[in-house]
Design a protein around this ligand. Sequence first.
Ligand code: FE
Length: 342
Amino acid sequence: MRISALVSGLVMALSAMAAPLGSAHAAEVNLYSARNEALIKPLLERFTEQSGVKVNLITGKADALLKRISSEGRNTPADVLLTTDAGRLHRAKVAGVTAPFESALLQQRVPEQYRDPQGHWYGLSLRARPIMYVKGRVDPAELSSYEALAEPKWKGRICIRSSSNIYNQSLVASLIAANGKAETESWAKGLVKNLARPPRGGDRDQIKAAVAGQCDIAVANTYYLAGMLTGGDPEQRAIAEQVAVFWPNQQGRGAHVNVSGAALIKASKNREAAIALIEFLASDASQQWYAETNGEYPVREGIEVSETLKAWGEFKADDLNLGRLGELNPEALMLMDRAGWR
Ligand code: FE
């Protein structure tokens, strides 16, 4: 009797101790982020202010972070992976490090095409990859679609980065989804024939090469152009001002878009806080931040975008589920290789 009273007293004391310890532990979340710290830190601070949840930020390159989470296995401290490109989010899903989860808030905040059908990842900001042309050198009436970039009239006039870049892999995946493998392969061959130079450099370098006269059009994500316009470097600004954005495929499926997004890590020890963080990153205020600070687009309509983005006009975006970009990534890679896209 006395012993069992002692035992139950001990159990009560222990559970009384465990409760505050447990909740103190849950008030932290470890975020592995492939996004530049400056682009995310102020948002995280706002989240901590509102929720009381501390965010430990670990930044790194997307592929390295994924490798790290995989090798840490069940012992990974990671709760959330934040990265750009649906292709990379899909890689994390396939690697088995993410866990599907449902959230009424996220279902409401993130349109269906911008999240994984099983709930492994959710898109948080939208990135558009249109055609850019040098004003005065190209008549926009000459432009129409990504497909038309393979026409002989563009011979020696196009700049685009290499096929090792996931943005191009995702673009090609979207073309495979729309037109099939065979048609996309002959398109890629035509595009390669039209390149002004062997691919090199990043998206900004394609824009600069066009303005420098090496080519007339470039394919690039719009936030690079926005960054050149608003980054405070007068030289970059002067270059960017000579470039206009053309939204392709407006008569058909719409321009190619991608997302940055977040996934919940399967081994997360702070699941609730992790989901709350992802929900916060999809909130109106966060959506506006991406548009204003990163030069990206909100994932849903009705959110104010920056003046720079407004100046490029509204556009119709391809509504392909971005999960397809990941599924078709291996196919896209092989196809680009066969087409000689270096
Ligand atoms: Fe980028």
